[in-house]
Design a protein around this ligand. Sequence first.
Ligand code: SAM
Length: 346
Amino acid sequence: MDTFKEGRISFFAKDEQTRDAKVFFNPARQFDRNLNVLLFRSLGMKDLCGADLFSASGIRGLRLSAETDAFKSILLNDIHTSSIIKKNVKANEKRLNSDIITESFNVTEIDRSKGLFDYIDIDPFGSPAFYAVHAMNNMKVGGIMALTATDTSALYGSANKACAIRYRAVSAKTSYYNEMGLRILLKRIDDIAGVYRREIESLFFDVRKHYIRVYVRIKRIRQSDDINHIYQCGRCPNRTLIEGGKCANCGSAMIKLGPIWSGKLFDRALVQRMYEKSEDADEKDYLGILRSEGDSITYYTTTEMASYLKQHEKKNGAIGTRTVLNNKGFRIDYCFKELLENYRNL
Ligand SMILES: C[S@@+](CC[C@H](N)C(=O)[O-])C[C@H]1O[C@@H](n2cnc3c(N)ncnc32)[C@H](O)[C@@H]1O
């Protein structure tokens, strides 16, 4: 076992990212954990009961306890690593602002006897969907669920069968593949919430090559109109949410993708508060782009525009709003035909 320090926590773990790792720890995900802490410092929620259900070393839950004052108690659970979690809790005792409970149950066996939570974190290997089915019943209305998916091949359009089985959706290798994955994941979580007569509001996301992480608020169900399909032209970059017919730009057949979550991806006021609280340049970069990003569904890239128009690639930023999902990506709130005209005249 090695010793690490992250945020205010010193802890034992092994820098191994395999299913067989004795205590999984991935230092490359520090940015994601920093954002997790910042989010709870910015939400203004207090006296929360949290549950980090796939704790590994316990680092995520321990940091939330030590670096925020949002939690009354945090359950740190892991089917394999409870003895190391206990050791890490003891080593950090003086820094913790909440009660810590350690357990080692299989999340597929969670039931209401484990308690109701204001915050549940689902960070397994692969897809979180299966575990969300079990843990959703332990969420309080108004609480927040964070989920990480590392099965990006399924969500990003490389493993279509896996996507159909785990997410009941069709993805594809589009220029906006990671938004497709993000929206398919959110749609699946909303479906799972629906089983319990709840629905989601997406508050925040962190999407990378190897993982998608989302934070959703669990709300009482209403008539949701945040579900749609994307119709992507097989020949040109045009895409639309409106069913039927051929591509309005080139007349080719449209390919039906999804279903997807077509609601908002983040809470702009929350992102603004996170931006104001952050003192880290990388976080400020990310949050600064996100707070001014448009809400339209899917983004175009300067690369696909150059290839379609047979032009040199133009610098991003001249048109639309930038997106944190792709440094060559931009969002517009008008149709592709209009974009072509505007882009040609740049
Ligand atoms: C990807 S790691 C979690 C990483 C951790 N959240 C972090 O930020 O460092 C997944 C962990 O889930 C645990 N695990 C896997 N399946 C589980 C299950 N069904 N119930 C509870 N824990 C499980 C594994 O032992 C492993 O430590």
